[in-house]
Design a protein around this ligand. Structure first.
Ligand SMILES: Cc1cc2nc3c(=O)[nH]c(=O)nc-3n(C[C@H](O)[C@H](O)[C@H](O)COP(=O)(O)OP(=O)(O)OC[C@H]3O[C@@H](n4cnc5c(N)ncnc54)[C@H](O)[C@@H]3O)c2cc1C
Length: 339
């Protein structure tokens, strides 16, 4: 084993159920840790959440730091940050990964600022590589390359943290691939003493109202997405019809969401959902880099666009040049005739 710190994942849970994004991060963490010759460890906080440790072992964690306390349920940022800070001081991880979720986005900056560690938000890729800082004539071996779109998605930036460890990032749900669990994997649970002051527990949650998402695009095998080229809210019916015919879900570009034609839960892309369906049909979507960031991992992509030069065709496996108003009804008719 190396003498550098381990790779840590902050594990998000709701009612004891571990969030997919945390398992995706553990899966990626295993690959990073292998390159560094270190271990992947999880930080699991909450009340009565110990059963989650087995799941984390199956995905590749060798240790779960388990902090159970009624004051850690539901999530509030101050106690969580305190427990994590105490753990960082004691165990000195090299890398700390958070989901770019509501909780992760609140927690990670607080921990980073207290640790003076730096934080890269919304990474789309993570790699281990050496960094030769030619300006300051310093060489850093095995740093975390924190890769993400920058300047409105026009460039892909690689950010390296040369400050104090841990190197901290957030990653959005669906960006990293979840590896299959392996039930033969075992690990060790380390129970953590929770030491909180009255100031750290000053925020009390009085009531929680949860609104479920109207669609689960991440789990969809077929997605039919509509863009600004659909032309009007009423015309989105065509997209719904094609999706229903194929047994798929409806996605959208940000332009369609901004126009008020469909809810934000349906948005695919950099600031929407990252999807990996078996089939993605992009209708009247130009294919901006921000949209492509959320759908290029789809197994098969069909694009329908009246502009033969639309960038979406550069990532499509099949391109149909023409008016979606005539093409979609033809597709529905042809599919129904064959089905
Ligand atoms: C920081 C940032 C984050 C962003 N995040 C996202 C994101 O998560 N997701 C996202 O989608 N965008 C995102 N955007 C916006 C993105 O830059 C584009 O503006 C957006 O994707 C454009 O949507 P569109 O392709 O539907 O519209 P347009 O670019 O207007 O394209 C419409 C397309 O429809 C075609 N068309 C028109 N009429 C027809 C017809 N009758 N039949 C067939 N084709 C037709 C046109 O040829 C055109 O290619 C982001 C932007 C920024 C700056």
């Amino acid at each position: 084993m190396s003498n550098i710190g381990n790779v840590w994942v902050f594990v998000e849970q709701e009612g004891g159920k571990i969030a997919d994004v945390s398992l995706e991060l553990v899966s990626r963490g295993v690959e990073l840790a292998q390159k560094l010759n270190v271990k992947v460890e999880a930080v699991l906080l909450g009340d009565k959440v110990a059963h989650g440790a087995d799941t984390l072992f199956r995905y590749g964690c060798s240790t779960v730091f388990l902090a159970e306390d009624p004051r850690l349920e539901p999530f509030t940022v101050l106690p969580y940050a305190k427990v994590i800070m105490d753990l960082i001081k004691e165990h000195k991880p090299n890398i700390l990964l958070f989901g770019a979720t509501m909780k992760g986005r609140e927690l990670a900056p607080r921990v980073a600022s207290e640790k003076m560690a730096g934080l890269t938000a919304d990474c789309t890729d993570l790699q281990i590589d050496d960094f030769d800082d030619k300006v300051n004539k310093k060489f850093y071996a095995n740093k975390l390359m924190q890769i993400r779109p920058a300047f409105g998605g026009n460039i892909i930036a690689t950010i390296v943290n040369t400050w104090d460890d841990p190197q901290m990032v957030t990653v959005r749900e669906g960006v990293m691939k979840m590896s299959p669990p392996d039930s033969s994997r075992k690990g060790k649970t380390v129970k953590v003493e929770v030491a909180l002051t009255a100031q750290e527990t000053v925020v009390k949650v009085i009531e929680r109202i949860r609104q479920e998402k109207s669609v689960n695009l991440k789990a969809a095998q077929i997605i039919v997405s509509g863009g600004y080229g659909v032309g009007a809210k009423s015309n989105f019916k065509l997209i719904h019809d094609l999706a229903a015919t194929l047994g798929g879900e409806v996605g959208a570009s940000r332009a369609a969401v901004d126009a008020g034609w469909i809810d934000h839960d349906h948005q695919v892309g950099q600031t929407g959902v990252t999807v990996r369906p078996k089939l993605y049909i992009a209708c009247g979507i130009s294919g901006s880099v921000q949209h492509r960031a959320g759908m290029t991992e789809s197994k098969k992509i069909i694009a329908i666009n009246s502009d033969p030069d639309a960038p979406i065709f550069s990532v499509a496996h099949y391109g149909i040049i023409g008016d979606l108003n005539s093409i979609i009804p033809m597709m529905i008719k042809a599919y129904k005739a064959k089905a």
